[in-house]
Ligand binder design. Structure first.
Ligand SMILES: Cc1ncc(COP(=O)(O)O)c(C=O)c1O
Length: 436
């Protein structure tokens, strides 16, 4: 039995009989109909009515001309990044990536699938620090990065947890430096952003745009993703690459490297059944965010922030960040952690452990990419300039690292859209007890 059950602070709290999850798929029934139809009509490969239909529906929803259904968001990001590389630097040899020898500015606080495609294409990711208003790429840090590496021509930008970042400023900076944007809207499908006075969808803000239908996303196909664009030529290229790059010959003829990245018509059937429920899921996630915000208002914490004037997030994950003064001591190693309790304070791992003890799933904030062992040798740029080597054994003062700070003080809360208000109230109560 966990020590939380014997801790008087948690007296009277019962564990959840069934787990409260972070974010799980929510099926509605229509999915079954479209999957059954695919099987009944024998269209179970990577062509079929479900694929055609969801490509049309998603393009309509986000307001772009073309959507290409792929096996996952990572595949969409890979082909988007490759396309950008080819546009900028030309076609690569079969054994080399299109970004070889080139830097790419990347969101730092995101899931690694956003930025790994830069490495797949042999480029070098340079990580751009985060701003505290939306927890996304800092325009100031991006501007600094262009001062330091003026030759850079590609930026990969994500919208964390469904909250749109400062796209207007980022687009203006990229335009002024002649740089292209790969937009990772994997977590933000359905989020809206006010661009130059007009509401637009995330997934239309870059030159090459991607969404995901991973099982934990706002809607799901159990897997799947899409590449979104207004360019017919780019859509056709991605479709070709995703189906092994076949040329128009009677036999298998290849002039380019290919991939097996196309979506299956079965997966597309699930997505087709989910699409009518996207707005309903967003409303449920928003209600969860607002219930947390009200329920935690008396604690020394804040919710993950967004710009209410310029964005309408899809509220995919609700998060909190503990005020600095209320942080109890906590340290993290490479794969372990340790904390102590202090009255009136708490820490992300104490809260996560307490939630787990009562059968609820939270998660640490996505660990910033510049802190990941695999990318530790890559450049990291903050609003102040080079973010590496910022302490000095002999001179006082140290650099600011917004992403590391959010990772240290923040956590993702159970955000499943099937969580009832009563269960959420118990989660909120557990968090309160952590601060006793
Ligand atoms: C920000 C972000 N980018 C990319 C991906 C990758 O998408 P997929 O899992 O569909 O490959 C995910 C999640 O899985 C994500 O959260």
């Amino acid at each position: 039995m966990s020590s939380f059950h014997n801790d008087p602070r948690f007296a009277g709290i019962e564990p959840f009989p069934t787990k409260v999850w972070l974010a799980t798929p929510t099926m509605h029934g229509e999915e079954q109909q479209w999957v059954d139809e695919a099987i009944r009509t024998n269209w179970v490969s990577t062509v079929g009515a479900n694929i055609n239909e969801i490509e049309k529906q998603v393009a309509n929803y986000v307001g772009c001309k073309h959507a290409v259904a792929l096996s996952c968001g990572t595949a969409a990001l890979h082909l988007a990044t490759k396309l950008a590389g080819e546009k900028l630097y030309g076609q690569a040899r079969p054994n080399a990536g299109t970004l070889q020898g080139h830097r790419v500015f990347c969101s730092d606080m995101t899931f690694d699938a956003s930025i790994n495609p830069v490495a797949y294409e042999d480029g070098e990711a340079v990580f751009i620090d985060t701003e505290s208003d939306t927890w996304n790429m800092s325009p100031e840090a991006l501007e600094k990065a262009f001062e330091l590496y003026p030759d850079t021509r590609l930026v990969v930008v994500a919208h964390l947890y469904g909250t749109p970042g400062k796209a207007e400023q980022i687009k203006a900076i990229c335009d002024s430096h002649g740089a292209l944007i790969v937009e990772d809207a994997a977590e933000s499908f359905g989020s809206k952003y006010l661009l130059n006075g007009q509401w637009v969808e995330t997934g239309t803000l870059g030159d090459y745009n991607c969404i995901s239908f991973n099982g934990n996303k706002i809607i799901t196909g159990s897997a799947g993703g899409m590449f979104l664009t207004d360019s017919e030529e780019d859509a056709n290229k991605v479709r070709k690459w995703s189906t092994q790059s076949r040329e128009a010959a009677p036999w298998y003829q290849h002039e380019e490297i290919g991939y097996n990245y196309r979506m299956s018509n079965i997966i597309a059937g699930i997505v087709r059944g989910q699409l009518p429920h996207l707005d309903e899921h967003i409303a449920q996630k928003k209600a969860i965010y607002e219930r947390y915000k009200a329920g935690l208002a008396d604690l020394p914490v804040k919710m993950n922030p967004f710009d209410a004037e310029k964005s309408q997030p899809n509220f995919w994950l609700s998060c909190l960040i503990i005020d600095e003064e209320a942080m109890a001591p906590m340290v993290r190693g490479e794969q372990d952690y340790l904390y102590i309790h202090e009255s009136g304070k708490s820490s992300p791992h104490e809260i996560l452990d307490a939630l787990a003890a009562f059968n609820a799933e939270g998660r640490p904030i996505w660990k910033p990419m510049h802190m990941q062992p695999i990318y530790r040798t890559h450049a990291f740029i903050t609003a102040e300039g080079n973010g590496r080597g910022c302490t000095n054994a002999y001179i006082a003062g140290s650099g600011q690292d917004v992403g590391a700070d959010i990772f240290r003080r923040g956590l993702c809360l159970p955000s499943d859209n099937k969580m009832t208000p009563a269960r959420q109230d118990r989660v909120i109560e557990i968090i309160h007890r952590c601060f006793m």
